[in-house]
Design a protein around this ligand. Sequence first.
Ligand code: LMR
Length: 333
Amino acid sequence: MKIRSIVSGMALLCSATFAFAQPAPIIIKFSHVTAVDTPKGAAAEYFKKLVDERSKGRVRIEVYPNSQLYKDKEELEALQMGAVQMLAPSLSKFGPLGVKEFEVFELPYLFEDTQSVHKLTRAPIGQQLLKKLEPKGIVGLAYWDNGMRQMTANRPLHAVSDWKGQKFRIVSAKVTDAYTRAMGAMPQVMAFSEIYQAMQSGVVDGGENALSNIYTQKFYEVQKHLTISNHGYLGYAVVINKKFWDSLPPDIRTLLEGALADATKYNDDIADKDNQRALEAIRKSGKTTIYTLTPEEKAAWKKQMLPVHQQVESRIGKELIQSVYKEIGFKAD
Ligand code: LMR
């Protein structure tokens, strides 16, 4: 009897010591603006799942999708202040932070498709670009694809002249501003979370986005026309607050890097398929007319937009633009 109570007493003591020794988990708040059912949304959830499993509770990722916590501009401020630890903003959104080089990804008709973007993001030049975020207190960990940008509007957009006088929502990138104006339209910078309402109420006539966003944000319900133009690229950088990153134990950093490498592969594998699926769902809804530019129309859009590459040389850096051309084999013809 006595022995039994000593043993159970020891067991109690052991479990109490064990519970006491278990440190509180490291919490990583990961905020983003798109729906869960998008490449970025799904990849963020996948990353969370991998980290939960692999860290056995030592690290907990809390994902906040759909601008639930912060809108575009606010989320970058929140990251820098440490109110959240991780984000995956579109590459265009680092320009207003002062890292203008990222606007190279916005250059119209630079990339044919996501494969040609990989020639840049998976080359040393892609890593060098991520390094440029560090003086801003941000560590760039990975690139994630979404897809090519398409136009939506309430009028059919076939010829360049169809853009005339239209007010289009754009991300806050000078390059996007420049090519929207070059096409004869009026750009209107606006947070992603505000687009639907602005389209519905007629504050803007249209905008450009990847199909997965056009579908999940229901832009197609308030836009009569969708033009498959593939005139630009929408992708992301997965970033983390530098002070927080540097404070993590090295084994946790390695674990996060490993999980992120797998989540990146997952993202890039599903991105094109997701956008294709979104296009089919939009088509099925019958709510918007889908039109693909003819090669002649595409050539006319390209001709109108390409001078912007030169126009923004002083902003982005002529040398950088030239090395990107070389890396991806771009020829302006
Ligand atoms: C946009 O603002 O249109 C996109 O950058 C949103 C996103 O994160 O895909």
